[in-house]
Design a protein. Structure first.
Lengths: 328, 272
């Protein structure tokens, strides 16, 4: 087999893995959009906040330590204890639920029946607030996150492929874990949304507030539930990305990469988020591999956006989005 | 006049029971506009109770007071023998008062089956976590509720569109799906806001038949608002007539038909 082809296969595989991580972020967007009609600009920042909180918990950092030190002239930074990964994850999830409740109480319950664009603006505000708040709470240094997920080259795949092709593929263990987690998450979310009472209520609320009230659904409960779910997905994405490239501000920018994923997959489709993520992941890696050398490289920066643009022109509802039907 | 505790027997021989809901001196204002002025009436077990009146009489406002969408400034709502504190619409629905809307409020993106299933919300008790892990009780509950829903769907003859997204249905069928969703809740009172609005004669006849059948088959108490006088007189056991937010008549269709105030309100009075 020619070297180029084998190398190409490795590129595709790595693209799939990257795509899964994009899909994870996109999932959070789709969830909130489906359930409340809000495009949540803050999803990326929520992932960052979740990852920061997780690190803070694990290392026993004192929240707001910089602020406290600056005001009182003290020198406290750590409580002096360390939490195991799982306990810290659970605690962080509790904080994300609390955040969901606060966000609903302070912002969204006051914006019932408002235009989508107003809700969108509110999430932009939320994003900037949360970004600053997270920095103030945990500091803006680049943090290392290690909850005990396997990392580094997968030797089994390396050896097997070496025996077959005479060339070992480099696949990161973390990417494999992320793939498994994402698959599990999607199956669980789809079943929940389609076949459970709360999932049905969630879809009902997204569709028509008044009708939802008239069958006995509490809007506030559903909204807190939806934001908690989005917080959970943000936490998972935060763990994966944070482990991969450190917990830092740029984590919130991966949300931008989720936008083209959503345009491809459709804003309302959970499977769409996955397929969209995979297409973008594989697409940008393959494009870089094949066309990149001809145009001087760095195509990964713009490939996804150009693809999204093409979709906007020819298929605005995305691959799996609900076709908009309007009776006149 | 009717006795407050005893029921009565209708012309066609149906036994009507005691008072389920009583509105006492309800007044509702929007700023300076008085939508409902000091109105009292009751709804009895198993009857079809109509609220009629010209445009802007306050009929829909009255229905919204009953279903908790509006809260009156004065007056009391009594439900099943106790005074009801001010409630949110979803709490009223959980108490067993189901409703339909004048301009239809369905979940357009969901299938007919899913729409009707949402009507069962108050009967499904399994908590969030039981639902999330999808085991035991939640599953049994889903199956049991699905049976009721299928029965309602059969009853209203919408089996053929069970899996169709509601957004694709014509107007008349949407109205029927909305009725199905309300009926699936097995309500103690079913509120219908202009169930025949915008329908052609054939659709109206169908809808009338369904309303009578529902009342007959399940003994459901029904309170409805309707514009079409002919329909109302045929369907209902007792009628409240409203005009400019005031009650101008209350009684059987025959009594109301011969009430001079009602005739004036509908046909106008000569100013001489």
């Amino acid at each position: 087999m020619p070297d180029q082809l084998i190398f190409g296969m490795e590129v595709v595989l790595n693209g799939l893995m990257a795509g899964v991580l994009y899909a994870l972020v996109a999932l959070g967007f789709v969830l909130i959009y489906k359930a409340s009609g809000i495009f949540n600009y803050a999803q990326g920042v929520m992932a960052l906040f979740a990852a920061m909180t997780l690190v803070g918990m694990m290392e026993g950092r004192v929240p707001f330590s910089h602020l406290i030190n600056a005001i009182f002239g003290t020198e406290i930074h750590h409580f002096g204890w360390h939490l195991p990964g799982l306990a810290a994850v659970l605690l962080t999830m509790l904080i994300m639920v609390a955040l969901a409740w606060i966000v609903n109480q302070l912002i969204f319950r006051h914006l019932v029946n408002q235009e989508p664009i107003i809700l969108f603006m509110a999430t932009i505000g939320l994003a900037y607030f949360l970004e600053g708040f997270g920095d103030m709470m945990w500091g803006s240094d680049i943090k290392k996150l290690d909850v005990g997920l396997p990392q580094g080259i997968n030797l089994m795949i390396d050896e097997t492929t070496f025996n077959i092709f005479g060339y070992g593929f480099f696949i990161d263990n973390l990417d494999l874990v992320a793939t498994g987690v994402a698959a599990l998450l999607v199956v669980a979310l789809v079943i929940f949304a389609q076949y459970s009472k709360q999932g049905r209520a969630m879809r009902a609320v997204a569709d028509d507030h008044q009708a939802a009230l008239s069958v006995g659904i509490s809007l506030n409960f559903i909204w807190v539930m939806v934001w908690s779910l989005a917080g959970f997905v943000a936490l998972v994405a935060g763990i994966m990305w944070g482990t991969k490239s450190g917990v830092q501000f740029s984590l919130s920018l991966i949300a931008l990469k989720a936008l083209p994923v959503l345009m491809l997959g459709g804003f309302t489709s959970i499977p769409g988020a996955i397929v969209g993520g995979l297409i973008i992941g594989v697409g940008e890696k393959l494009f870089e591999f094949t066309v990149g050398p001809l145009v001087g490289g760095a195509t990964e920066n713009w490939f996804a956006y150009v693809l999204a643009l093409l979709f906007l022109v020819f298929r605005p509802q995305g691959l799996f989005g609900e076709k908009i039907i309007e009776r006149v | 006049m009717l006795d407050a505790s005893e029921g009565y027997t209708t012309e066609d021989g149906r036994k009507i029971g005691g008072v389920v809901m009583e509105m006492k001196n309800i007044t509702l204002r929007f700023g300076g506009v008085v939508a409902i002025k000091d109105i009292s009436f009751d709804i009895r077990q198993g009857e079809i109770r109509a609220i009629i009146g010209p445009n802007g009489a306050g009929k829909s406002s009255m229905l919204n007071v009953i279903s908790g969408f509006y809260h009156p400034q004065e007056g009391e709502v009594w439900y099943q023998g106790t005074r009801r504190p001010p409630m949110k619409p979803y709490q009223v629905a959980q108490q067993g008062i189901a409703r339909t809307f004048q301009n239809i409020a369905l979940f357009e993106g969901m299938t007919v089956l899913d729409n009707v299933m949402t009507g069962r919300m108050r009967q499904m008790k399994a908590g969030l976590f039981a639902q999330a892990i999808w085991k035991g009780r939640a599953e049994r509950e889903e199956v049991a509720n699905r049976e009721v829903v299928e029965k309602v769907i059969d009853f209203l003859e919408i089996q053929h569109i069970r899996k169709t997204p509601v957004g694709r249905l014509p107007y008349g069928l949407k109205k029927r799906v909305e009725l199905a969703r309300a009926l699936a809740a097995e309500p103690s009172i079913l509120l219908l806001d202009e169930p025949m609005a915008g329908m052609n004669v054939e659709e109206k006849e169908d809808m009338s038949r369904f309303i009578l059948d529902v009342n007959d088959e399940f003994g459901t108490t029904i309170a409805l608002i309707e514009h079409d006088m002919g329909v109302v007189m045929d369907l209902s056991d007792r009628v409240v007539v409203m005009d400019y937010g005031k009650k101008i008549g209350d009684g059987t269709p025959d009594e109301v038909r011969n009430n001079q105030d009602v005739i004036d309100a509908y046909l106008g009075v000569a100013h001489d």
